[in-house]
Design a binder for this molecule. Structure first.
Ligand code: GTP
Ligand code: MG
Ligand code: ZN
Ligand code: ZN
Length: 358
C-alpha cells in the first residue's frame, strides 16, 4: 500500500473519480495523489468528502497512539472549532489548545486577552497557546509542549496541516483553502518524537459547507479581519455579503460592529433595498454567494434578542453589539447556525495598559 504524502489517503490507479487517484504511468514515482498535486500547484479546489465516520475513526486512532493532543482552534472561526465529538475523543489525554491564525485577530485585542478568553471556553484543555502557522509565530513555544507522540486534531480548515509543516522540518502535508484537504492520518518523525496530522472533523451549521468550493474559499481570510461600526436607528439595517441581513426592530439605537474577512462586503442597507442590493452583488460577481450557491440557499427571517455579546455567523464572521439589549430581525440561510458568545474583541477599560503590538 502506498500512501499519499499530502493527504494520507491510500493511492490507487483505478478510479479517477475516487480519492487517492494517480495515473498508472506516474504511480511509481508519485509522492502525492492527483488531487493533492492539483490543490498545491493549480489551487484547483476539488472537493473530496468521505463519510464523517471515516474521519472520526482516523482521529480516534491517532489520539489512541498519542500521549499529547494539540487541539487546534481557529481564532477567527472559534465556534466551528469546538466540535462536540472532541470532548469524548480526547478524554484522559493531555490537551494543549492551540489558538491559531492569531495573525488575523483585530489588533485591538492582545494575544494574552485572546488566550484568556479561549481558556474560559475550552476548560478541558491543560493549557492554551496562541500561534500563527502562517507566520510561524509561537511555534518554538509550541514545540516545547510536544509529547513523545502528538496528535494534531481539529475541525476542517482550522490550520492543522499548516502547523504540522511548521513543527516538523521537511514535512509537506497538503495545505489548501478547501475544507477537507487531509483525508487520513499522516505520521511524521523527527528527533523530538512523532507528530500525527489528522483529517478535520466537519462542523455543523457553518457557511463554508453550504457554498460551492470557490465561494467557500473566498471566505477563508488571509488578512486581518476587518471591522465596521454602524450606529443603527429603529428600522435601519446592515448587510454582510449576500448572506445575512440584520434590521433593528426595537426603539433604542444600537451600535453594531461587524467583523468579517476583507472579501465580505459589509454595508448599511434599508430593508426595502436589500433584495436589489444582493442582486447587484450577484451581478458584479462579488462573492459569495454565486448564482449556483444563491439557488441552493434557503433564506429565513427571524426576530432575535441580542445582548452585549457576539453573535457568531460561523464561517463568515461575527457581530458585536453596544447599547443592547435589542430586538433585531435577521435574514439568513436556514441551515446557518448563529451562535452567541462572550465578546472576543471587548470594549476596553481606560485603565488597561497599552496592548502588545503585532
Ligand atoms: N492567516 C492564517 N492562515 C492560516 C493559518 N493557518 C492556516 N491558515 C490557512 O487556513 C487554510 C487551511 O489550512 P490547512 O492547514 O490546510 O487546514 P487543515 O486544518 O489542515 O484543514 P483540513 O485538512 O481540511 O482539515 C489555508 O488556506 C491556510 O493557508 C494561520 O496561522 N494564519
Ligand atoms: Mg489538513
Ligand atoms: Zn493526496
Ligand atoms: Zn458559489
Amino acid at each position: 500500500m502506498k500512501k499519499c504524502q499530502g493527504c494520507g489517503i491510500e493511492m490507487q490507479t483505478d478510479n479517477p473519480e475516487a480519492s487517492g487517484y494517480v495515473p498508472q504511468k506516474v504511480f511509481e514515482r508519485a509522492d502525492v495523489c492527483q488531487r493533492c498535486y492539483r490543490l498545491t500547484h493549480y489551487k484547483d479546489l476539488q472537493p473530496s468528502s468521505l463519510d464523517v465516520e471515516v474521519y472520526e475513526k482516523a482521529v480516534e486512532e491517532a489520539v489512541a497512539q498519542a500521549d499529547t493532543v494539540f487541539l487546534v482552534l481557529d481564532t477567527i472561526d472559534f465556534e466551528s472549532s469546538l466540535h462536540p465529538a472532541f470532548e469524548r475523543l480526547l478524554r484522559r489525554k493531555r490537551i494543549i489548545g492551540v489558538l491559531t491564525k492569531i495573525d488575523l485577530l483585530p489588533a485591538i485585542t492582545s494575544e494574552e486577552e485572546a488566550i484568556a478568553w479561549a481558556k474560559r471556553r475550552v476548560v478541558y484543555a491543560d493549557n492554551v497557546v496562541a500561534v500563527s502557522g502562517k507566520k510561524g509565530w509561537g511555534i518554538e513555544e509550541l514545540s516545547l509542549l510536544r509529547g513523545k507522540v502528538t496528535a494534531v486534531v481539529g475541525t476542517t480548515n482550522c490550520g492543522k496541516s499548516t502547523l504540522v509543516k511548521r513543527l516538523v522540518e521537511g514535512a509537506r502535508p497538503t495545505i489548501s483553502t478547501a475544507a477537507g484537504t487531509t483525508l487520513n492520518n499522516l505520521t511524521f518523525e523527527d528527533e523530538s518524537g512523532t507528530i500525527i496530522d489528522t483529517p478535520g472533523l466537519w462542523p455543523k451549521g457553518r457557511l463554508l459547507e453550504m457554498l460551492c468550493s470557490r465561494c467557500a474559499s473566498s471566505l477563508v481570510p488571509d488578512k486581518k479581519i476587518t471591522s465596521k461600526l454602524f450606529d443603527l436607528k429603529q428600522g435601519q439595517g446592515i448587510s454582510l455579503g449576500g448572506i445575512l441581513y440584520l434590521n433593528l426592530k426595537s426603539e433604542k439605537p444600537l451600535i453594531v460592529i461587524a467583523y468579517a474577512s476583507e472579501g465580505v462586503e459589509i454595508s448599511r442597507v434599508s430593508k426595502e433595498k436589500v433584495k436589489d442590493h444582493w442582486q447587484n452583488l450577484l451581478e458584479q460577481k462579488k462573492r459569495p454567494p454565486c448564482n449556483d450557491c444563491q439557488g441552493n440557499l434557503h433564506y429565513v427571517t427571524k426576530d432575535i434578542r441580542v445582548g452585549n455579546e457576539d453573535l457568531v455567523i460561523p464561517g463568515l464572521g461575527w457581530l458585536s453589539f453596544r447599547h443592547a439589549p435589542a430586538v433585531v430581525e435577521v435574514v439568513a440561510p436556514d441551515d446557518l447556525q448563529l451562535k452567541r458568545r462572550s465578546p472576543l474583541v471587548g470594549p476596553k477599560e481606560k485603565s488597561q495598559k497599552r496592548y502588545k503590538t503585532r
